[in-house]
Design a protein around this ligand. Structure first.
Ligand code: NCD
Length: 327
């Protein structure tokens, strides 16, 4: 199956993925377990096509693939098929659809795609005979990150229901914030507080989805006020490279929102601070040693989560169980 957007996950499917990720996490803990998981997909191939900046996500997918014994073919800056690049940067001007059709003829078992255009993964999936995983499409979505983010919350609290989550930073251009909001709507009694400057508010499509699913949410500008209410603070960086229209003064915003040790004093003692990374100036490095800073734990958990997602996309099963009954 394709993995294209957060909305496509049902709660039972998500929970099965979390459980499978935890199994992989334990198995990776010793040499015997590692050897066993490496046998699972020996002989399979993943094409990892990254047509937009990525280091963390690409390495995390590729590490997950290697752990499962999957061969990896990789391309960073595969700019040749992106229409958003001016012609002089598109090496040979091939369309995304054509590129996917070509890659299909080489019969990979899975294609992981990052692309600068919103909707690119859906377009790829329309023509692909091979499952596509969306590893980030412009301002659109980053569904595997949202599985990782909700999985991390589940790992910390043993539940996601009945938690208050601040999602803050650049909500207009950040796709991880969008996918996380969609994903949280699967759970019961979750309260979301969006914190951003007015020019970077969460877009109407996400807010409409939350309303439709009766998720309680609020929008705030001042992080200091919201901080004491949250169980999870999920902060994101200013997406300077995506906001090309020049309407946003990112310098002002970065000065306004910086989570430092003083601000952490306002956070609940058992809350956690998350961030999809890369971080810029929005979280001061002095916070890293605070036990509530969970962003590096979060990245570490991405490998077992993506192993479970690769298995899901390639086999339509989680730990041998068909997903048909879980959708
Ligand atoms: C995020 C992304 O690419 O959307 N990073 C990631 O996948 N780890 C967040 C970002 O770029 O700010």
């Amino acid at each position: 199956m394709h993995i294209l957007r957060a909305q496509q996950f049902s709660r039972p499917l998500l929970e099965a993925v979390f459980q499978r990720a935890n199994e992989f996490h334990i198995l990776l803990g010793d040499a015997f377990g590692k050897r066993n998981v490496r046998m699972l997909f020996t002989g399979s191939t993943m094409s990892s096509i990254f047509d937009a900046e990525s280091l963390r996500t690409r390495f995390s997918f590729e590490m997950a693939a290697h752990r499962l014994g999957i061969h990896v073919l990789t391309s960073q800056n595969a700019t040749q098929f992106s229409a958003t690049y001016p012609n002089e940067y598109r090496s040979r001007g091939e369309s995304l659809e054509d590129s996917i059709k070509v890659f299909n003829t080489y019969h990979p078992d899975i294609i992981v795609l990052r692309h600068p255009e919103e909707g690119a993964a859906e377009r790829a999936a329309r023509v692909s005979t091979v499952p596509i995983i969306n590893a980030g499409d412009g301002r659109g979505q980053h569904p595997t990150q949202a599985v990782l983010d909700t999985g991390t919350i589940q790992l910390r609290f043993g539940r996601i229901d009945d938690l208050t989550v601040i999602i803050g930073g650049d909500l207009a251009y950040g796709r991880t914030a969008r996918s996380l909001a969609y994903m949280l709507s699967k759970f019961k009694a979750v309260r979301i507080i969006f914190v951003s400057p007015p020019e970077l508010r969460m877009k109407a499509d996400v807010l409409a989805h939350l309303q439709e699913h009766h998720v309680v949410f609020a929008e705030h500008e001042i992080l200091e006020d919201a901080m004491p209410l949250a169980d999870v603070v999920y902060w994101t960086r200013a997406q300077r490279e995506k906001a090309v229209d020049g309407k946003v003064s990112y310098e002002d915003i970065s000065r306004r929102y910086c989570i430092d040790a003083a601000l952490m004093k306002r956070m609940k003692p058992d809350a956690i601070l998350m961030h999809p990374l890369p971080r810029n100036e929005e979280i001061h490095p002095e916070v890293d040693d605070d036990p509530r800073a969970w962003y590096f734990k979060q990245t570490g958990y991405s490998v077992p989560i993506r192993m479970a997602l690769l298995e899901l996309a390639m086999t339509n099963t989680v730990a041998g169980k068909s997903v048909t009954g879980m959708m």
